[in-house]
Design a protein around this ligand. Structure first.
Ligand code: HEM
Ligand code: HEM
Length: 232
């Protein structure tokens, strides 16, 4: 059977993925340890907000297989996949559910973190925008939803191992190199997602990080110095 190499994952998608892996691991570890590390936890979370914003825009204007429209699962594509009749490349219809699930749960995790607090001295960068009760509630969601996220990551890794061991399809290599070997004529190399699209997505991501950082919020007024205690 003739084989050909196609360009599957563009560089921004790969850099997005591997940066996300590093930052999610750092966020989970620093979140669990807490204490002084909570400041770094918040910084990693803000970087994840930026990555998610970038990926959202890249899903609209990135290259062929990175676009959401190329892998949004439909009942027909799901059925074809389950019957072994799906012959596309990129995220398969079932895998696409896990991709959207991972992105959605990460957005929930980072979104709740922004308004959360650690019950000690730390408050999320946007916590000043909500009441103390709501901040506590969102912190509770933040502490619960992480379990769902970790479960989905374990499933993600199990699916990739299943593909490698059982289906003899190495999904990791294309996510590292960008290239994938397919049957000749089955698919074409990704196109689109040029420099202009990249700069647009990057600018939007930076604007979102600025918004999420709370740097635009007025600094709380410093309380007046207490009156000196009389000596008598
Ligand atoms: C913190 C852990 C991880 C998270 C949150 C995560 C998240 C994601 C996301 C969101 C995607 C979709 C990529 C996109 O279209 O933008 C993806 C795809 C992928 N990830 Fe991960 N990932 C994690 C760990 C890993 C690890 C450790 C590996 C490798 C051993 C891996 C291998 C892959 C591969 C191969 C794909 C492409 C799957 C396909 O071909 O459909 N991931 N991951
Ligand atoms: C957007 C910025 C984020 C902020 C400001 C933030 C804030 C916080 C705070 C204040 C806590 C401590 C809660 C407490 O001990 O009462 C916490 C815990 C935690 N966060 Fe975040 N977070 C953010 C993003 C994330 C992200 C993206 C992840 C994971 C991907 C994450 C995972 C965790 C974990 C695992 C804990 C420990 C939960 C537990 O005690 O079981 N956070 N976070």
């Amino acid at each position: 059977m003739n084989r050909q190499r196609i360009r599957l994952w563009d560089l921004p998608t790969r850099v997005f993925h591997w940066s996300l892996v590093v930052l999610v691991v750092a966020s989970v570890v620093s979140g669990k340890i807490g204490g002084n590390l909570i400041v770094w936890h918040s910084r990693c979370g803000l970087a994840i907000v930026g990555l998610l914003a970038f990926r959202l825009v890249w899903g609209l204007i990135g290259s062929t297989y990175a676009r959401f429209l190329s892998f949004i699962p439909t009942p027909a594509s799901l059925l074809a996949y389950l019957r072994g009749q799906w012959h596309g490349v990129g995220h398969n219809p079932l895998g696409a559910f896990s991709v959207f699930g991972l992105l959605g749960l990460l957005a929930l995790q980072a979104g709740t973190g922004l308004f959360g607090n650690d019950d000690i001295a730390f408050r999320g960068p946007l916590a000043a925008l909500v009441s103390g009760d709501l901040s506590d509630w969102l912190t509770g969601v933040h502490k619960l939803s992480i379990n769902l996220l970790i479960a989905l990551i374990v499933l993600h890794l199990a699916a990739i191992t299943f593909y490698a061991r059982v289906k003899k399809d190495n999904l990791v290599q294309p996510m590292l190199t960008g290239w994938k070997e397919v049957e000749a004529g089955r698919a074409e190399s990704a196109s689109g997602g040029g420099r202009l699209a990249f700069c647009g997505a990057l600018l939007i991501a930076l604007a979102v990080v600025y918004g999420a950082s709370g740097a635009w919020l007025p600094t709380p007024a410093t309380p007046p110095a207490s009156a000196p205690t009389p000596a008598w």
